[in-house]
Design a protein around this ligand. Structure first.
Ligand code: HEM
Ligand SMILES: [Ca+2]
Length: 284
């Protein structure tokens, strides 16, 4: 059975779990807790995107005891001050850590911000983890959306631009950090997984956890009835994108709102052709 077949079955189990109650299904079918499953899915999902570093996966989160309180997770319409405070509360994250983590939004599409257009990407390359910060500095907004709470107009047709992803790159505490990732894949590949490893174990006693980064597939195999001593493939590691960062067709340095006061935005080429349009991603 291929890894992808296993993932497919896991997705089906997940969907079943949502319908019938997490506790029973996670424990009896998946044999891991919801927290471990979510972190496992994150490690697998990100590690399969070209350009992505392999993420650590620690096993051993307990079953949840209660729903999270409202207001702990930053909303896209929150003020920058508030988002910074929430991350600081959660795990001593600095404003820079938030920017490191927000590299994740380079492989994301939104279903709920505007439910009439599910699968709308956050950048022009939703399947590639890119150091794509540049366009979030653009002010050449003309996209027809931008009418929902937490959403602002986007510089690219078909892209959904969050208010938080628009304001953090312009704030003087985070603008230079944001810009520092442009055309610097190595920086992203080092700092993003480091911050993810910290975030993934917030509130956990890591001395009671097991580092399963190299054996994540075994969990799935066991859940599907295979013996866990099967020799499993590693998390697939895809090659990074080649070449330098570039502006999507139709945009360039004139569209960049310079927000970092200590370094100029790098000079980048623009893709040839008509103005970029980003297609929605297929439904999950
Ligand atoms: C200021 C902090 C953040 C805000 C306000 C924010 C907000 C959002 C919103 C509104 C969505 C779209 C949800 C939808 O409509 O389906 C989203 C999606 C997503 N975000 Fe963030 N986010 C933040 C930080 C992060 C961080 C730190 C990560 C990971 C390191 C992350 C990873 C993702 C992922 C993977 C999705 C896609 C989820 C899916 O496909 O269902 N976000 N975020
Ligand atoms: Ca991308």
């Amino acid at each position: 059975m291929a890894v992808w077949d296993i993932l497919l079955h896991t997705a089906e189990s997940y969907s079943l779990a949502r319908r019938t109650g997490y506790t029973t299904i996670y424990q009896k079918v998946l044999a891991i807790t919801p927290g471990d499953f979510i972190q496992f899915a994150v490690a697998m999902g990100f590690s399969n995107c070209p350009g992505a570093p392999q993420l650590q996966f620690m096993l051993g989160r307990p079953m949840p005891v209660a729903a999270s309180l409202d207001g702990l997770i930053p909303e896209p319409f929150d003020a920058v001050d508030s988002s910074i405070e929430r991350f600081a509360d959660a795990g001593n994250f600095t404003p820079s850590h938030i920017i490191w983590l927000l590299n994740a939004h380079s492989v994301v599409a939104a279903d709920e911000v505007d439910s009439t257009i599910p699968g709308t990407p956050f950048d022009s390359t939703p399947f590639i983890l890119t150091v794509s910060s540049s366009l979030r500095l653009s002010s050449a907004a003309h996209c027809s959306q931008g009418e929902n709470q937490g959403e602002v107009e986007s510089p690219i047709m078909g892209e959904l631009h969050l208010q938080s992803d628009s304001e953090l790159p312009r704030d003087n505490r985070t603008a230079c950090e944001w810009q520092s990732f442009v055309n610097n894949l190595e920086r992203m590949q080092t700092l993003f997984p480091a911050a993810m490893a910290t975030m993934a174990v917030i509130g956990q006693d890591t001395s009671q956890m097991v580092d399963c980064s190299d054996v994540v597939h075994i969990l799935l195999l066991r859940a599907l009835g295979f013996e866990p001593n099967v020799i499993c493939p590693q998390i697939p590691i895809t090659p990074p994108p080649q070449g330098t960062a570039h502006f999507p067709a139709g945009l360039g340095i004139a569209d960049v709102e310079q927000a970092c006061s200590t370094a100029m935005f790098p000079t980048l080429p623009t893709d040839p052709g008509p103005a970029t349009y980003v297609a929605p991603v297929p439904p999950a």
